[in-house]
Design a protein around this ligand. Structure first.
Ligand code: AP5
Ligand code: MG
Length: 185
């Protein structure tokens, strides 16, 4: 199964994706983690990406697509994967659609994790990742509203969007996700 999780910063994409990947025995692919890894390795290609991430802005589509599509080629992704943080713009989604079509792989489901802004700010204020400074979090939320939110219409019009209430404990949210996934299996 190819499943995409979409949600604003702090919605629980990472928390839920890890569990769902384990549940479905497929890899968890987080473009945020991949990009943080590129930044740690301080390669030339990553410099622009790291500056964008520190400011809470999205990394250019071309770089993200290059990294992600390279990873998707690996054997462990053949049976599917859980995508956390990709696609994040309409052009990324269009490229992913093409990629899936070429390989005759269906997109099983897109899950929107819906969480109030107040709760998001609360969760991120106590986590302490490098990009969790309040100003940077606000910039990340703006980028979500401007560039990622339109994806919800994009996927809704294709009939693959499922909305999940992201409030409650991580276990409660996971149970909601599993009931949707089990229906689809
Ligand atoms: P990314 O790493 O994807 O960060 P994000 O989208 O800002 O989201 P977070 O990872 O902060 O939150 P999450 O939804 O995963 O929630 P989590 O489970 O951690 O991206 C980082 C940056 O990389 C972007 O800003 C951008 O620059 C770049 N980037 C990445 N992908 C890109 C792309 N495709 N295109 C361009 N640029 C890209 O939970 C958050 C906190 O809440 C944790 O402390 C967790 O323990 C807690 N929590 C989780 N669930 C619950 C719950 N139910 N109740 C209470 N607390 C909870
Ligand atoms: Mg995350």
């Amino acid at each position: 199964m190819q499943i995409v999780l979409i949600g604003p910063p702090g919605a629980g994409k990472g928390t839920q994706s890890v569990q769902l990947a384990e549940y479905l025995h497929v890899p968890h692919l987080s473009t945020g983690e991949m990009l943080r890894d590129v930044c740690r390795r301080k390669t030339g290609v990553g410099t622009r990406a790291c500056v964008a991430m520190q400011r809470g802005q999205l990394v250019p589509d071309a770089l993200v697509k290059e990294i992600l599509f390279e990873r998707l080629k690996e054997d462990d992704c053949r049976a599917g994967c859980i995508l956390d943080g990709f696609p994040r713009t309409v052009p990324q989604a269009a490229s992913f659609d093409e990629w899936l079509e070429e390989r005759k792989r269906p997109l099983s489901m897109v899950i929107e994790l819906r969480v109030s802004r107040e709760e998001l700010l609360d969760r991120l204020s106590s986590r302490g990742r490098e990009d969790d400074d309040r100003e940077v979090v606000l910039a990340r939320l703006d980028q979500f509203d401007e560039l990622t939110h339109p994806l919800l219409d994009y996927y809704n019009s294709r009939g693959v969007l499922q909305v999940v209430d992201g409030l409650g404990t991580a276990e409660e949210v996971f149970a909601r996700i599993c009931s949707l996934v089990d229906e689809k299996k």
